[in-house]
Ligand binder design. Structure first.
Ligand code: NAG
Length: 371
């Protein structure tokens, strides 16, 4: 009896000691030494995270996954985001990750030029976010994008992608292709991205022509995107008059259109349609807009309902009789950013309406407009 009591006490003591004593906490990670230079960590819920930022070559990454025994293969994150890129680390080859799956992958600041299709095959049913911005990517398996069952966000900014097949995905809501020069977009490029909400196409050297010449962005590129709410086309080379049906999602879903930093001079009345009638914003800052003729601009402005929602700052606005309708229509004028200035420096909002009445004949704009 006494012996049993003593034993229980001792056991209790032992258990207590085991809990308070610091232990290596690798589980459920693989053994740390095997993974080196990758590092596995877990959070309070024992989710698994893998950081391979210290990988220096293509084969080293393969070796890590070949030699390591993974007690659990369902990882939350894979991060490869080194402070400095390594010349020998240029590809993610087929089979690299073995059976290990990821929900989020971030690969950035590397010289990777290729991600082979078979590299991510085991993550087809798990991968929700793939960010591969700021690499050297020329090859990416776009053809099999539709096989990713839960992929919501794909960020590929600042790579060297030079061609883009039609994007097929019923799950993708965000796509960022900014900073890839020389891509050609067609009405089919995003047509199969049936649930896309956010498209980033900044600084891609995109152009469009006013005639029938071949362009990098023809009309109707977004014409099938039922949920498109955010479209950023800033810093491209759009010039002259933006053509009809340039941005025309089928319903009024657009909350934001970014066209800052182009060479846009004017808009066709139907160049931008499908703006959300509650709170939509359009940015045309730093372009070459000179006149705001009613026939060209009123349909765009009528879609907006919020003060300061059309940004026309840093344009060489003449603020002549083309602007008369605006200075008379205070309700429309309020939609233009209140810091928008004429080429002379005067604020658009400060122009004296009465003065326009006595100096501008009717329909002055059409008379003055250069075709
Ligand atoms: C301009 O608009 C901003 C934002 O609505 C507002 O805070 C500011 O007071 C306005 N400035 C003038 C001079 O009306």
């Amino acid at each position: 009896m006494l012996t049993t009591l003593l034993l229980v006490t001792l056991l209790g003591f032992e258990v207590k000691a085991a809990i308070t004593q610091p232990q290596p906490r690798e589980w459920p990670c693989p053994v740390a030494a095997d993974l080196d230079p990758c590092v596995c960590t877990t959070d309070a819920d024992l989710n698994l995270y893998l950081d391979c930022s210290d990988i220096t070559s293509t084969s080293q990454l393969q070796d890590v996954f070949t030699r390591t025994i993974f007690p659990f293969s369902d990882f939350m994150d894979l991060t490869i985001n080194p402070a400095e890129s390594h010349n020998e680390f240029t590809k993610i080859l087929a089979g690299t990750f073995g059976l290990v799956t990821f929900q989020n992958i971030l690969i950035s600041n590397t010289l990777i030029d290729t991600i082979e299709e078979e590299a991510l095959v085991y993550s087809h049913s798990t991968l929700g976010n793939l960010e591969v911005s700021n690499n050297n990517l020329q090859e990416f398996p776009f053809e099999t994008l539709y096989l990713f069952e839960v992929l919501r966000e794909l960020r590929m900014a600042n790579n060297k992608l030079n061609s883009l097949p039609d994007i097929q995905s019923e799950t993708l809501i965000l796509l960022d292709l900014s900073g890839n020069l020389g891509l050609t977009l067609t009405p089919l490029t995003f047509g199969g991205a049936t649930h896309i909400e956010e498209i980033w196409l900044r600084e891609m050297g995109l152009t469009v022509d006013t005639g029938n010449a071949i362009t990098d962005v023809p009309k109707d590129v977004f014409a099938n995107n039922l949920y498109l709410s955010y479209l950023d086309l800033s810093g491209n080379e759009f010039s002259f008059t933006i053509i009809e049906s340039f941005i025309n999602p089928p319903t009024s879903t657009l909350d934001f259109v970014g066209l800052n930093g182009n060479d846009i001079v004017n808009v066709h009345p139907l160049s931008i349609t499908g703006l959300n009638d509650v709170g939509a914003r359009v940015q045309l800052r730093n372009n070459k807009v000179t006149e705001l003729c009613e026939d060209d601009w009123s349909q765009l402005m009528e879609q907006l309902d919020t003060d300061n929602s059309l940004d026309l700052r840093d344009n060489p606005l003449r603020c002549g009789c083309d602007t008369q309708w605006l200075v008379q229509r205070v309700d429309v004028m309020k939609k233009i950013n209140n810091q928008t200035a004429c080429a002379t420096g005067n604020l658009l909002h400060d122009l004296p309406a009465d003065w326009f009445v006595s100096h501008c004949p009717d329909e002055t704009c059409s008379i003055n407009r250069k075709k």
